[in-house]
Design a protein around this ligand. Structure first.
Ligand code: PGA
Length: 281
């Protein structure tokens, strides 16, 4: 390949998608990207500001980060975290709370300083939520903004809990959960009727302000919504489609979640020709 035709990822025609055979490979790839950022920031004497999701999808990524900490000594002392969302109402020690999820799956097993951890609160009285949401936005800004934000995607098309109707102008706020989201959460709450009706979430605008996005999806239940998010029209009815507006976004999926994508040849070409990615093939 000559220099003139060398692949230039900035001239891409789609959001780049990395497709892995197995969820475990996807988890390793995403964790490597987090590690690269943490180490680069540490080498520069700076902090790494991470945005983190909950749900079943990122669990493998967190397991891999814990392994990197234990076995390779990956140091999280320069890391600052902001979680994307939390149910409302929700006590932090409840079984289904994202505070509890994050501590059990990641924070209790690494050396991120407790004071560097930020998770939106679901335990405040309703009249305090607007102020808390505004303070959460300010905390992200005063940390210097998010360097890297990992995202899951729900079958409603949400990123964070930005349900259909959310727009790129939206900031951290209270939102009413979509019916699909409440159905998908029913098993965590034993019955759908116990799933909270609301949540606090970073807005699509907050998400788009991150300097880098990585959206993760696994399993056949996500195939249709992944295709709509990545290849469908950008629409507030599929909040995740807003990632198409982001200049530095990657989508990392397994074969099952990739099944309905039309642009497979393009993604495979990018994967094979983008040095940072092809190293993992
Ligand atoms: P899941 O949730 O990882 O449990 O599928 C993703 C989401 O709803 O954002």
């Amino acid at each position: 390949m000559t220099d003139q035709v060398a692949f230039d990822i900035d001239k891409r025609s789609h959001v780049p998608v990395l497709i892995f055979d197995e969820p475990s490979e996807l988890a390793r790839q995403a964790a490597r990207q987090v590690r690269t950022l943490i180490e680069a920031k540490a080498a520069a004497g700076a902090r790494a500001i991470l945005g983190l999701p909950t749900g079943s999808t990122p669990i493998g990524v967190y397991q891999e980060l814990v392994r990197m900490h234990r076995e390779d000594g990956l140091d999280f002392s320069n890391v600052v975290t902001f979680n994307i969302d939390e149910y409302v109402p929700m006590q932090p020690d409840s079984l289904q709370s994202y505070h509890r999820f994050m501590h059990e799956n990641l924070f209790d097993h690494i050396n991120v300083p407790e004071g560097n951890i930020h998770i939106p609160r679901g335990d405040l009285p309703p009249e305090a939520m607007d102020q808390h949401a505004a303070e959460y936005e300010r905390a992200i800004q005063s940390a210097g903004g998010l360097d890297l934000l990992l995202l899951g995607i729900g079958r409603s098309g949400h990123i964070g809990f930005n349900e259909p109707g959310s727009t790129p102008e939206d900031r951290t706020r209270l939102i009413v959960l979509d019916e699909i989201t409440r159905k998908d959460a029913a098993s965590d709450f034993f019955e759908e009727k116990y799933v909270p009706r609301e949540a606090i979430t970073m807005g699509v605008g907050t998400i788009l302000d991150a300097r880098e996005l990585i959206l993760l999806a696994t399993g056949s239940a996500k195939a249709a919504i992944v295709a709509r998010a990545v290849e469908g029209p950008i629409t507030s009815m599929v909040s995740a489609s807003a990632i198409q507006l982001h200049p530095n976004c990657k989508v990392i999926v397994d074969e099952e979640a990739a099944a309905e994508l039309q642009g497979r040849h393009y993604y495979d070409f990018v994967f094979a020709n983008e040095p940072e990615w092809s190293a993992y093939r």
